[in-house]
Design a protein around this ligand. Structure first.
Ligand SMILES: CC(C)(COP(=O)(O)OP(=O)(O)OC[C@H]1O[C@@H](n2cnc3c(N)ncnc32)[C@H](O)[C@@H]1OP(=O)(O)O)[C@@H](O)C(=O)NCCC(=O)NCCS
Length: 178
């Protein structure tokens, strides 16, 4: 039985993973104007305080109902700079969890995504003892491909039309660990 509460997890270089809080509005405001993040998440765009609060409550619910674990990635100075999620809803059916991540544009290129993905992967395969974690990345997304590879994920197959993004089916590379 997997936990139905969010742990706090220490990550490399002083980063920390924690649950979403209603005080994380600034991060949601920043990423609401990102050209890609709202397309692949339920981050509200356009931004409003009410939609931001609803987003945070949805994240809490995902853990309560057993769908997964959406973590804020917090920098050493306490700023919320990104998100890394571990999704376990289909684990009983498919035998693997999936992971996903995004980082606010102003915090990119400093190891945030890698720290977040390393920490959540170690927790998933270690403490939760999950058999396998997969993640899916579009072929043009050099930063995400590199992050997955640096975290030790193996690039397996280019899955045709894996997911609809902005109303279009998109091919995605499947990565997996172990
Ligand atoms: C992809 C993304 C998460 C990377 O976050 P980040 O915090 O900047 O990544 P890191 O700093 O941890 O970098 C990890 C590795 O990727 C490389 N990298 C990051 N962005 C890159 C880019 N745009 N082009 C090429 N390499 C890049 C880094 O150089 C680093 O490799 P290195 O140590 O060999 O130099 C971020 O750009 C983002 O949020 N993009 C929009 C959302 C998204 O695409 N999410 C992933 C969906 S699958």
């Amino acid at each position: 039985m997997l936990p139905r509460v969010m742990p706090e997890i220490a990550a490399e270089n002083g980063f920390r993973l924690r649950r979403w809080e209603l005080t994380d509005r600034e991060l949601l405001r920043e990423v609401s104007v990102d050209p890609y993040i709202p397309l692949i998440t339920t981050v509200p765009a356009p931004y409003s305080d009410a939609e931001a609060d609803a987003f945070v409550r949805r994240q809490w619910m995902r853990t309560e109902i057993g769908t997964g674990y959406p973590f804020v990635i917090e920098a050493p100075d306490g700023r919320a700079v990104g998100n890394v999620g571990l999704w376990v809803g289909e684990l009983p059916l498919r035998g693997f969890a999936t992971a996903g991540y995004w980082v606010a544009a102003g915090a990119r290129g400093r190891g945030v995504a890698l720290a977040g993905l390393n920490a959540v992967t170690a927790w998933a395969l270690g403490e939760l003892a999950l058999p396998r974690v997969e993640l899916f990345v579009e072929p043009w997304n050099a930063g995400s491909l590199r992050t997955a590879e640096k975290a030790g994920y193996r690039r397996e197959t280019l899955v045709p039309a894996y997911q609809e993004v902005a109303g279009e089916p998109r091919d995605m590379w499947r990565f997996a660990l172990p």
